[in-house]
Design a protein around this ligand. Sequence first.
Ligand code: SF4
Ligand code: SF4
Length: 188
Amino acid sequence: MEITADEMKKTIRKIYDRLDKVSPVDFDCGKLCGEICCVYDADDYHNEDLALYLLPGEELMYEDSDSYKLYYIDSSEIKYPHSWKGQIYLVKCINPPKCDRSIRPIQCRTFPLIPHLNKKGEFHLIFDESEFPYKCPIVQNHIKLNDDFIQVTYEIWSILIANPLVYDLVDMDSRMRDNRKTDYEIII
Ligand code: SF4
Ligand code: SF4
């Protein structure tokens, strides 16, 4: 049975609400770095060019927002799993670091953790050590994350990867990490 847009929005809202109740640390980590992950800007890299990729259904949350510009690219134009057909949705933050936090994307809510599947298919959360031109002090200094943030983020990503599209994407990113022999720290 096809899931309706309303049902999908309710599901995403529940995920957002669950993640709203936890925070990576008990202080405003933006004060450590001037909210660099929202506003980093340099000659060769502008955060305004940094798009936040949405997970399936998340695009429904941004149809009428002053904080985000919703747009899409065709799946054939980017390196995405073959199972993702048609439009891949993204948002740009219009006025970072200010945004409508009630609808910020999952990718942003669970940072600095990202999902990883090891070669045996076991699911972990790891620090996001992607090749950003800036350093997140939490990652760089191995600042201890709140246990409830880790637990809820793990629970949410475990639910999300039950969707084959999300699984394929996480698997593709994980295999690329393996191929690059990128070191990563398993958090859970
Ligand atoms: S998540 Fe990291 S980079 Fe972003 S505001 Fe917090 S400390 Fe800074
Ligand atoms: S959604 Fe909000 S918190 Fe996330 S990067 Fe954009 S401005 Fe920053």
